[in-house]
Design a protein around this ligand. Structure first.
Ligand SMILES: Nc1ncnc2c1ncn2[C@@H]1O[C@H](COP(=O)(O)OP(=O)(O)OP(=O)(O)O)[C@@H](O)[C@H]1O
Length: 542
């Protein structure tokens, strides 16, 4: 992530260069203006006249520079935000399917909203604000040094104290920011779950329980925010106290120098201006430096959530499925559970064969499919595909050869066409054939705009059966070599399910592995094998 942030560094540099020019020119204009004041007080009108045009030119140039500063600053902010957001979503989709499924994806939502907001304020804008504040502070310091170079010592002292306070307070701040981010993870997951179970909450009258839980979680987060704000107030108050004390001391000093005639009226105003210019940047530094120090931990937390725990290197490229899949003494248990789910499976699935997988609930059918889909690897024995160990086959190659039809259907809010083609190029004939084979022709013909009709929000304007058939058409069109079906007929009426099953069993160039509770006696015999999975050590092939 840091690399992505560094990519936006040129934009930050450009913007700070503009700030530098602006602050520098502003200081020069101020200095010149007060020099002219001194000449005027001395009655040197000639000098006043000769210096006024360059003063006005400088003052006019401040306007475009001010606009350029705002534009370049905003551009930097836009670039860097887009960079890290692209990086993040890229990495999320680089996660292994199984690892992603195991986690609560609320943490990703929380990272994309809460953590990114904190990063934007603390790091992205933090760096920019600190850079700009440092430049303006330097400009103020330069103004002071034109009257008396010893003023530089005063500026260095202020910076040193500021940095020390920021550094000392950064440790507890980091801890609190990290804890707040963890609380946000739980909070976002909770809201996501509760909203998706809206009808259950209403049907079972759980509003009161949900409201109480929500209040408690909100309270924890608000309290953590309160602690962070309280710490920030303490940091700011101590820095303000030190700085105000120093400024008053300096004011007394320069007042005395003015009274004894060591500083001119212009010089006096230059010093006041210089101090004034250093004040706001110092407050910006005081506010942003401690936050900046906390950003590292947040980045680390986000990076850790994006790592795949399984870093096994897959070396085999597999562009075509040639002969078959072989289970050799395969056993499996889930990593967080010692219970053996599958044991000593020896089985061959031939290319273009049609297999029905049946068995009691909890027998291990889905686990068997997970192994075949390469979501998990066997804990004993091995699965070979065309003679290669499946574990070594590159995921992206294998996923390119398979299609999945599941009970839970995901549809994009887009046209029927795009939902079937999944944004890949196919001819109209190919699409229409897949639609016919999936039993979708009547549905598409009924739609006012045919294939270009829109499916809304995960298919809320179409029936469960139509949804399933869209996914079946999707799988048929993708010309996958292996089709995994997981209770694909569960939401179809019997006639329609039988019809689609017949179509799929009639397809010559595809291997079908169908896990189903819905078994039709008249189509059962069309399968090459019926595999019964009934828990450990019990796998029957008929
Ligand atoms: N992620 C998991 N971690 C630990 N155990 C699991 C996990 N998923 C499933 N199991 C266990 O594995 C066993 C087999 O589950 P699986 O889902 O494979 O069965 P199934 O035959 O598909 O069941 P059903 O027909 O009810 O969907 C069950 O005892 C289940 O509790």
């Amino acid at each position: 992530m840091l690399k992505k942030l560094m990519k936006a560094f040129p934009y930050l540099l450009l913007s700070l260069m503009v700030s530098f020019l602006l602050a520098g020119l502003d200081a020069v204009v101020t200095k010149k203006m007060l020099g002219i004041l001194d000449f005027a007080l001395k009655g040197n009108i000639q000098e006043v006249k000769s210096q006024t045009p360059s003063l006005l030119a400088g003052a006019v140039l401040l306007v475009p520079l001010g606009i350029a500063e705002a534009i370049t600053g905003n551009f930097y902010r836009k670039r860097v935000n887009l960079n890290i957001k692209n990086y993040y979503i890229d990495k999320v989709f680089g996660k292994n399917i199984r690892e992603f499924q195991k986690e609560n994806n609320g943490r990703y939502l929380s990272a994309m909203t809460n953590d990114f907001n904190t990063l934007e304020t603390n790091l992205i804008m933090g760096i920019y604000m600190v850079g700009r504040a440092a430049i303006n502070f330097l400009a103020g310091m330069w103004l002071l040094s034109t009257v008396d170079y010893r003023m530089i010592l005063f500026a260095i002292l202020i910076i040193a104290v500021n940095l020390t306070i920021s550094f000392l307070t950064s440790k507890p701040m980091k801890k609190n920011y990290k804890e707040r981010s963890d609380l946000f993870d739980g909070y976002t997951s909770y809201i996501k779950e509760v909203l998706s179970a809206f009808h259950i909450v209403k049907n079972y009258n759980l509003q009161e329980k949900v409201t109480q839980d929500y209040y408690q979680k909100s309270e924890e987060i608000q309290h953590k925010g309160f602690i962070i704000d309280r710490m920030m107030s303490f940091v700011n108050a101590s820095q303000n106290f030190f700085m105000n004390g120093s400024f008053y001391g300096i004011l007394c000093g320069i007042g005395y120098l003015a009274v004894i005639g060591k500083i001119t009226a212009g010089g006096l105003i230059v010093i006041m201006e210089g101090i004034n210019r250093m004040t706001f940047p110092i407050f910006d530094l005081a506010e942003n430096l401690p936050k900046l120090f906390t950003a590292g931990d947040l980045i680390q937390k986000i990076e850790e959530s994006l790592q795949n725990a399984d870093s096994y290197e897959e070396t085999v490229e597999l562009k075509e499925f040639e002969s078959g899949i072989e289970f050799k003494q395969v056993g499996f248990h889930y990593e967080d559970d010692e219970k053996q789910i599958l044991n000593n499976i020896n089985l061959t699935l031939k290319k273009n064969g049609k297999y029905l997988v049946v068995g009691p609930s909890g027998g291990g059918k889905s686990t068997f499919l997970r192994l075949l889909r390469k979501y998990v690897n066997p804990t004993e024995g091995k699965i070979l595909i065309d003679g290669y160990n499946m574990m070594d086959v590159k995921k992206e190659d294998y996923f390119g050869l398979i299609a999945n039809i599941e009970q839970q259907v995901f549809l994009f809010e887009d046209t029927v066409r795009n939902n079937i083609t999944l944004y890949k190029e196919y001819s109209d004939e190919e699409i229409m054939k897949a639609i016919k084979d999936a039993g979708l022709s009547d549905f598409v013909n009924r739609l006012p705009e045919g294939l270009d009709s829109i499916i809304y929000e995960n298919g809320k304007n179409i029936s469960g059966g139509e949804r399933s058939r869209i996914v079946i058409a999707r799988a048929l069109l993708s010309k996958a070599r292996i089709l995994f079906m997981d209770e694909a007929f569960a939401s179809l009426d019997m006639e329609r399910a039988k019809e689609i099953e017949k179509t799929i069993l009639g397809l010559k160039d595809i291997t079908v592995i169908n896990v189903s509770h819905v078994i039709f006696q008249d189509t059962k015999s069309s399968y090459d094998k019926v595999i019964t999975i009934k828990g450990t050590s019990d796998i029957m092939v008929a």
